[in-house]
Write a protein that binds this ligand. Sequence first.
Ligand code: ZN
Length: 255
Amino acid sequence: MKLSLSNGIFSKLGIKENFAAIKQLGFENIEFNMKSIRKERDTDVYRVQKTLQDSGLNCLTLHSASFHVKDPIEVHRAVYYGKISLECAHALNAPLMTVHSNVAKKLPPNARERCLDELFNKEIKPFAKSLGIKLALENLSCTSTGFGKNVELLEEVLGVIDEGNMGITFDFCHALETKQVDNLLDKYGERVCNVHMADKAHKPFTEPKPELIAFLTRLHEYCYDGPITLELAHNTSMEEIGKCKMLFDRLLEEN
Ligand SMILES: [Zn+2]
């Protein structure tokens, strides 16, 4: 497993300072979160590409900008968010992009399928395929405006958009909050290709809590060797991030 840091934590900094903070903490790998750039300035993608090259960091995964469609008329906007994110993943050589279902949990059932079909099957998936980027659907939390916090809801989404090659981004924080860790692992353990790692409320783990160790053991049993992406709340201090990194450096060496 490879330790990585989501740069979303430094999204309020300029992109150079963002990467510099990550380097200062000693990370080699990142998940690039689209909230760290202004989506409406598409050409920012080139600037980020150059800055990443200069930094020497590896971008293992990219977190798509997500737009949770509340009405079918908004599908265009979600298409744009998805496509500019894919352009950025391509520019940063990230082989994998984390996506949300992009439908709001309030969207009526009959509209959900239509929106998912238009968005993913007609637009996002063909574009991802043309760029050679794999997609990984993330499990969400109860507080999210999006759809897909448990197996039943994720199955509904996958039933429309999956042709057998959709990966799963397993968000451990969300799974703890929704109490779905085991259910999600039982169903999707073999399909996990990215892990978002944090304690509840996106707090950093700084000690080897039993639920964390049990989770890592199960990932190991599934022969998971992908990223462990620390996805932490904005108010996490540099010191706490450092402690969290030390813990995972040790745990991932043991696993
Ligand atoms: Zn996440």
